[in-house]
Design a protein around this ligand. Structure first.
Ligand SMILES: NC(=O)CC[C@H](N)C(=O)O
Length: 309
């Protein structure tokens, strides 16, 4: 088996030098300032060893990657009742699409498109003040990454709130069907803020370790979810984690993964490693362009695709 440190170093060098970098998301004005030349990669293996390259210690906006963690929290709160409020099928549509909601009576296709994640956030919010719900989500991230320094970038959250017209439309539309139960402003406030959590590749790879090891962090011994639940979250990441680019991601990378418009991707190699990559330039589906290519190289060289060598 090739040496992981060398593979990570070589990939990071190749990615830093590439000219094709995709386009930085600009519908959230604050994200438009991020330098598209950045690239970071962090891999934490089953023994807790870190292999990292490039800008793996730079904070970036995790955006939709937070949806993996809000899904985990919501399942912990209401269990399988969650599936009355959100489906688990790929949508085949862009992440911010509204088209299916009318036909499907306001129930979003899956927890990783915006509508689905807003519905999941609404479940977490029920019975709490927005501030408490947000604190719960942030503390969960800090606990998973074993790092109290993780915070929310309030400027990014405010920037998205100012321009979040589509998300506001999605939330109001779902509210009209009773799929959203709390005041739309509250639910969206919590949603925009959890999307604005800032993390490094190293912190994110650490937070994802439970998904790679049957629901348990093998270093701390903390059991986060049952093995079945970890397997199912991974299944949804594989089928829905990259929106209408999910098929292509499975074809090329072959791992459960979740992307965010900040340019990050969290990927899970079951039994082997938790991986976080960041490159801010996106492809047409809104997924990190070089992030995907880097993961494709990594899984090919390490033989880590869940579909075989
Ligand atoms: N794909 C994403 O990362 C989208 C998240 C972003 N906060 C939004 O709601 O538009």
């Amino acid at each position: 088996m090739p040496d992981l440190d060398s593979v990570v170093r070589e990939i990071s060098e190749e990615m830093a030098a590439r000219a094709d970098r995709g386009a930085v998301a600009d519908y959230i004005p604050e994200l438009a300032h991020v330098d598209p030349g950045r690239f970071g990669l962090a891999v934490i293996d089953a023994d807790g060893r870190l292999s990292a390259g490039g800008d793996s210690e730079t904070l970036f906006s995790i955006q939709s990657i937070s949806k993996v963690f809000t899904l985990t929290l919501a399942l912990g709160m209401v269990g399988d009742r969650l599936w009355k409020r959100v489906g688990r099928e790929p949508s085949g549509n862009p992440f911010n699409s509204i088209v299916q909601l009318e036909r499907e009576r306001g129930v979003p296709r899956n927890p990783f498109i915006n509508a689905g994640a807003i519905a999941v956030t609404d479940v977490i919010l029920s019975g709490h003040e927005p501030r408490e719900a947000l604190g719960e989500i942030l503390r969960f991230m800090q606990f998973l990454a074993q790092d109290q320094t993780i915070t929310i970038d309030a400027t990014v959250a405010a920037s998205e709130k100012r321009t979040g017209f589509r998300n506001t439309a999605l939330a109001n539309y779902m509210r009209s069907f009773g799929v959203i139960e709390n005041p739309v402003d509250y639910t969206l406030g919590v949603y925009f803020h959890h999307c604005a959590i800032a993390m490094t590749c190293r912190q994110l790879a650490a937070a994802g370790r439970f998904l790679a090891h049957n629901g348990r962090n093998p270093s701390t011994g903390h059991s986060v979810v049952s093995p079945e639940r970890a397997r199912r979250i991974n299944a949804i990441m594989l089928t829905c984690g990259h929106y209408d680019g999910s098929g292509e991601f499975a074809y090329r990378v072959g791992l459960p993964g979740k992307s965010g418009v900040g340019g990050g991707i969290l990927a899970v190699a079951p039994g082997r490693a938790s991986i976080a990559v960041w490159s801010p330039g996106l492809d047409e589906a809104g997924n990190s362009h070089l992030g995907r290519i880097a993961l494709e190289r990594l899984t090919q060289r390490m033989g880590w695709s869940v579909f075989g060598a």
